[in-house]
Design a protein around this ligand. Structure first.
Ligand code: UD1
Length: 338
């Protein structure tokens, strides 16, 4: 079966394509290379030992997208392509609304017109805001996200619920917690553009000597060590969850399906704990300084992962140490490319 993967050269997308190919699916990627690099394409082929079709264009170009659907017998879509910088989305909200919502709508129109089903959407735990109770369940009340980026994810979810309901389609909404790590081969991983915003890429660059020190954004949170707590999920485990979600949709005989799953480990880790685990896993030193809180950050978020386990038979398998070791191999590989 042919699966369309948008943003398939990106961080989570590339790992998912490897898992799809390994599970016997054929893959068509559409990616405009706005936040990815062409060498990832060759590396996916090397790591998976399989070929796939690649179209480099912006999904806002509706005509080109239509041609892809015309050329291939698409059996489902995993839609990763989106702008994802929280800070930038606050500066340029229209760029985010236009890109993240129009591209989703264009894809869904093709699905409707061609009577296709099986659509998987990348959402984020940002839709919960600061939840009142931990762990966060799928039916934990949603809060309007603070960033335009987060709002596009929440709006995307609403669009998909209407799409599934009105047109009898099968949809899976995957709410990622904090993805980390790289492929064990060292050939795929996150490519931070400029100064990384996310914690683990920043720690990795600090350990590699590219940054002087890590700024820890606040140690006065109401947590055991005062630093904020998140649920860090290994990217390969996350990629496998997409295959599980797809197989579940394909096996489902009903036509009107809206699956929603939290994808995390179920375990909360503080920023300071993360630094310590990273140092031990890679035998490196990560200098840090305590700074003011970062605006918009929440205190605590970790997932209740029982629904994904019960309904998809999926759970995260990789320890934090193993996941963090892979970031070091990836950084070493990137150093050889510069
Ligand atoms: C961020 C986004 C979220 C997105 C997710 C994707 C914000 C406010 N939220 O989540 O919408 O879905 O990335 O992975 O940007 N930290 C430091 N120093 C650093 C970097 C981070 O102390 O240099 C801390 C943060 O304050 C936070 C934790 O590390 O407590 C994790 O931060 P980050 O990796 O940016 O993820 P989130 O903020 O959880």
């Amino acid at each position: 079966m042919m699966i369309l993967v948008t943003g398939g050269l990106g961080y989570i997308g590339s790992h998912t394509v490897v898992e799809l190919l390994g599970n016997g699916f054929e893959v068509v990627i559409v990616d405009d290379l706005s936040n990815s690099e062409k060498f990832i394409l060759e590396n996916i082929e090397e790591v998976s030992g399989k070929k796939f079709t690649f179209y480099p264009f912006d999904l806002k170009k509706k005509e080109l997208l239509s041609q892809v659907f015309q050329a291939h017998n698409i059996g489902g879509c995993i839609h990763f392509a989106a702008h994802k910088s929280v800070g930038e989305s606050q500066e340029m909200p229209l760029k985010y609304y236009e890109n993240n919502l129009f591209t989703l709508i264009h894809l869904l129109q093709e699905f409707k017109d061609r009577e296709l089903s099986n659509f998987i959407f990348s959402s984020s735990c940002t839709v919960y805001g600061q939840a009142e109770h931990m762990p966060i369940k799928e039916d934990t009340p949603l809060k309007v996200p603070k960033s335009a980026y987060g709002k596009t994810k929440q709006m995307g979810e609403e669009i998909l619920k209407d799409f599934a309901r009105a047109y009898d389609k099968k949809v899976s909404i995957l709410r990622y917690f904090n993805p980390i790590g790289a492929h064990p081969s060292g050939k795929l991983g996150e490519l931070p553009v400029g100064i990384p915003n996310n914690l683990v890429p920043y720690i990795t660059q600090t350990a590699a000597g590219l940054r002087e020190f890590l700024s820890i954004w606040g140690n006065d949170y109401p947590t055991p060590d005062g630093t904020a707590i998140r649920d860090y999920i290994y990217v390969v485990d996350l990629a496998k969850a997409h295959v599980a979600a797809l197989k579940k949709l394909l096996a489902c005989e009903e036509n009107k399906v809206i699956d929603i799953f939290n994808l995390g480990t179920g375990r909360g880790v503080s920023v300071l704990e993360m630094v310590k685990i990273y140092e031990k896993a890679n035998n490196v030193n990560v200098p840090y300084r305590i700074c003011e809180r970062r605006s918009g950050d929440i205190t605590l978020a970790y997932a209740d992962v029982r629904k994904a386990q019960k309904e998809m038979g999926w759970r995260s398998e990789t320890t934090m140490e193993e996941a963090l070791k892979t970031t070091w191999n990836w950084q070493s590989y990137l150093n050889t490319k510069d």
